[in-house]
Design a protein around this ligand. Structure first.
Ligand code: ADP
Ligand code: MG
Length: 340
């Protein structure tokens, strides 16, 4: 919700300065903040070319945004979403991201689904003009969300008329990977990118220690836990991030494609830790949709990510790969997930 007294635009204008200085260990660093993809982002790079690297990160994120945004009218994804007939041409970033998204949709059995836009639009999530759609409308729109009806053949994309793409649950993580991939050009081996809560750390801190990343508490405004990592992405999906209340009921911005309704389960926030930002972002959304039991089953079947689930009743579950790097700020009911 916007702060009436301190509009987000003004806040970001004030913070959107380029700070270049030396850290305690004598390494030059630069911090840059900007708004993109509907989020406030802050990046910090270390090294002689840190300033140029920070600029390149912003430019890279904006380039990805211009291509995949569903709210920028001229973006590639907007053009696909308004196409009257298929096939349409697809390539570059959009194709790469769609191929990846369809893979994650497949392995999560549609919990992550890049084709839910018709349904999330009916709830008003893309625009903020919220309303509870009629059951009939949800059922009708769900017909247009089967990701298995999306087919890519070379440069051609085939979908059913009325289907629409939405990379809102994977785009920031993907943009982080693209930005991180440019840092070597600038000789930057140490950096932390906070792309609206999607964290991507490159290397270790200049003093050789791991980065300590705070995980927001879904119970209050503070931090509930911290994880120490290097060369890694840490992404959280939480119902508290965007929601609306109608007739006393809370509706979160993450949709369960099985029902067409906003997710309602015991998970308050799902954090995924793994190397790829796109995978962490897509999976954090998927895990949130799946609920604890099916999320644990997914992890047990794949073992290519770590996760922390903060649930109703003050309980926290985490995968054993995080043992030793995870610390908790409060006395929760903490459960280490069993290997089998
Ligand atoms: P945030 O963008 O707040 O970090 P997420 O990464 O979980 O949170 O993405 C949520 C966004 O993804 C929604 O705003 C919507 O655009 C889209 N979305 C909603 N439900 C799903 C889903 N089940 N699968 C894929 N995308 C979704
Ligand atoms: Mg996500």
């Amino acid at each position: 919700m916007k702060n009436r007294f301190f509009p987000f635009g003004l806040l970001s204008l004030l913070l959107s300065v380029l700070a270049f200085s030396l850290c305690a260990c004598g390494e030059a660093f630069c911090v840059r903040s900007f708004d993109s993809m509907g989020a406030f982002m802050t990046v910090r790079c270390y090294g002689e070319n840190a300033e140029d690297a920070c600029r390149a990160i912003e430019e890279t994120v904006r380039t990805v945004e211009k291509e995949i945004s569903v709210t920028i009218p001229g973006s590639t994804v907007s053009s696909i979403n308004s196409a009257a007939d298929f096939p349409v041409k697809i390539g570059g970033t959009t194709k790469e991201l769609l191929v990846f998204s369809l893979h994650v949709a497949e392995i999560t059995d549609g919990a992550f689904n890049p084709a839910l836009f018709p349904v999330s639009s009916a709830w008003g999530f893309p625009t903020g003009e919220y309303s509870v759609p009629a059951g009939d409308e949800i059922r009708r729109l769900l017909e247009l969300t089967d990701f298995r009806n999306i087919r890519i053949d070379g440069a051609n994309l085939y979908m059913e008329r009325g289907m629409k793409l939405d990379f809102g649950a994977v785009g920031k993580g993907f943009a982080g990977d693209c930005a991180a991939g440019r840092l070597a050009e600038f000789g930057v081996a140490s950096a932390v990118l906070d792309l609206g809560g999607n964290i991507c750390v490159i290397g270790k801190k200049p003093d050789g220690s791991d980065w300590r990343i705070g995980i927001k508490s879904p119970w209050d405004d503070g931090v509930a836990a911290a994880v120490s990592v290097h060369d890694c992405s840490v992404v959280t999906s939480g119902g508290y991030e965007r929601f609306f209340v109608a007739d006393g009921k809370t509706y979160v911005h993450i949709i369960d494609g099985a029902t067409g309704f906003p997710v309602e389960n015991e998970i308050l926030s799902a954090t995924v830790v793994c190397r790829s930002g796109a995978y962490a972002d897509a999976l954090s959304t998927a895990v949130f949709v799946l609920g604890t039991e099916r999320a644990v089953a997914l992890w047990q079947a794949r073992r290519d990510f770590e996760m922390i689930l903060m649930c109703r009743g003050d309980s926290v579950l985490y995968t054993p790969g995080l043992t030793g790097s995870l610390s908790f700020i409060h006395d929760f009911k903490i459960v280490e997930i069993a290997e089998e």
